[in-house]
Each structure stands twice: as C-alpha cells, then as structure tokens.
Design a protein around this ligand. Sequence first.
Ligand code: SF4
Length: 377
Amino acid sequence: MIKYIPKEFKTILNKYRFIDSWFWCRYSINPYNGCEFACAYCDSRSHKYHLQPEFDHLIYVKNNVGAMLDDRLRRARTLLPDVAAIGGTCDAYQPAEESYANTRQCLEVLLRYHYPVIISTKSTLTLRDLDILSRIAEDSWCAIGVTITTLDRKLAGFLEPRAPSPEKRLNVVKEIKEACPEIQAGVNFIPIVPFLGDDERNMEEVVADTKMAGADFILFGGGMTLRDNQASWFMRRLSEELPHLVEEYEELYQAKYTLAEGYRGRYEPGKSYLKRIHRKMLELCKKYQLAFRIKRYIPEDFRKQNYLVAQKLLDESYLCQMLGRPWTKTFWAGQNINNLGESIEDIARRGELRTIRNIDASIEAYVLNLLGNEGEQ
Ligand code: SF4
C-alpha cells in the first residue's frame, strides 16, 4: 500500500553552481520525496540523494510548496529567472499529484516570476496542466521529456512497474505537440538498459515511434548507472525475475552481486560499450531526422550571447562525449561562459576572453567567430 505523508521541508528550490547541460536547468524542485512509479533502475535509491528506504511506497508530500517557492523567489536578490527542473528524484506527475497538486502550485509561482520550466516524467497526468505549461512556454520556455526505455509492455512492467504503459507515454508527447506546439516535447530514452533495452531493434523502435509521435527531440546518453543501494536493488530484482542476466551484468560492470553482500562493482559500463550504444543512437537520430539536444532557453538580458555561445560549446562537448572523443575542455569553457556575470561581447571587446577559465587559443578563435556571426546564430 502506498502511504502519503504531508511533511514540512526547509527548502524547495535548489540552485546548481553549473547548469545541467542536457536539460539546461539551473534550478531543481522536487515537490515530493519518494516516487510511486518504483522503477527498478531508479537512481534516486542511491545513498547520495538521502531519501527514505521505503522510497517507492512512502511518499512525503512537501507542505506549502507554492508559498515557500513564492517566498524564495520574492526575496531573492541574486537569483535570475532560469530553467527550473521539476522532479529529478521524483516524478512531478506521479499519482500523488492528482490529489495534492504540488507540481501545479510550483508551476503557478514559476509563471508569475517568469521562470522557464523543464519536466521529465512518465505520467499521463502531465496533460492536465497543458494550460499552464503552454502559458509558461509562451512567457519564456517550456520543455517536457517523457521517459521511455522500451516499447515492450511486459519488459516495461518489470522495469517501471507502476508507471503508465509506454504507449500511453508516447501518446502524451503526441497530445502535447498537437495541442501546444509551443512546448518542446520529446522522449528521454534514459537509461538505455543493458541487455534489455540496448538491442538495435528496441533502439530503432523507440527512435522511430518518437519521431512518429511528432517529438522535437530524443535524449539519450551515458550508461545506466549502478550505485550502492540502487545497484543492489536493481540486481536483486534482476536475480528474481531475469536471473540469467545477472552474470552478464557482472561482466559488463566488472561487478559481483550476492543477496547477502549486495553489489560491488563499477557504476557504469565500460567505454567501448558506451561508444557502441551512442554511435548507434546518433546514426538512428540521423536516419529519422530527430534532434538529440533540446533547444535551450535564451534570456533577453546580458546573458543572451553568453547562453548562445555556451549552447554551441556544450552541444559540441556532448557530441564529443558520445563519440568517445575528448570533451571536458569544451564542456568547462561552455559552463564558465554560461556563468559569466557580464556579457561575453564586452569581454571580447576588451580582448580578455582568455581570462575566462578553460578558454584557450582555439576556443577563443571559435568564440570570436561565433560573436562575429551573431546574426546567423
Ligand atoms: S519515475 Fe523517475 S523518479 Fe520515479 S521511480 Fe521512476 S526513475 Fe525514479
């Protein structure tokens, strides 16, 4: 039985020092602690999130989230409107939302303060809020990523036991795009689950059906992570339902799993595996002409050029990462430009681009070229 417990929390808005360069968010908001969808691979079970062990059947409903968020944004002297991700360690539209509407309360406040929003979800309840999501999209920016790891119902029943079926999720993308084209909507093909979702047939089906649904993007990348408690949970479920795969996982993750001692091993598959998956996905995105990056929010203040330039660098570093090429220098250059407290155009005019961390001669030339071709960006 699922228990919902209303609870006071001290904070509601979390600010990242560096943006999440896949989802473009600066802030995160978790309206609930815990997630009823109970995905077997859910990373939120790992110790680093400090969530309750009964995470999938004891859901803490955060009290007064709307008032808390309003208070935080009203008093903020140093915060600038930027993308807020709702959910992360929980699904913003899990069943609790139907009764408590914490996500909706947050959306109302974010709209009032002109904050753009991104939501990753597996829920059809998202459609309830199309009115406000559409107003946010028109006011600033809004993106919805619906997570799909397989279109096979039976497999989804093992991986995501309490989430709506993959067909229903695809339909969410379709309905959003039909009703509100101003909202960017797509599929988060995350994680690509080894030996279950990484065969070429599944990958192609997910990409093809995402395209058919009218999606703007499909996100993928990185291997499925296996960390401490989350890894032990996943491996236990695997040993119960698909025991023949335990050894395969042990080999891929160079790990050892026993019920008594849990999981000990790497937290992600090796590089050659990742490279193969990523290359295949890039090939499929090309074949189906589907973007694998979300178009980011661009503010109209002094950050405008910084964000445009950072987007180019972060897009480039993502592609290099997927292809197994060096990417960290470009990534950090993008992040540092994104965080500048003044316009990069002013810095370039003073000839001081090289004072920005991680900008070397080649990135400086690249940035100058971008700024010179401003009209074409
Ligand atoms: S929907 Fe997301 S947060 Fe919820 S259990 Fe699944 S992976 Fe975890």
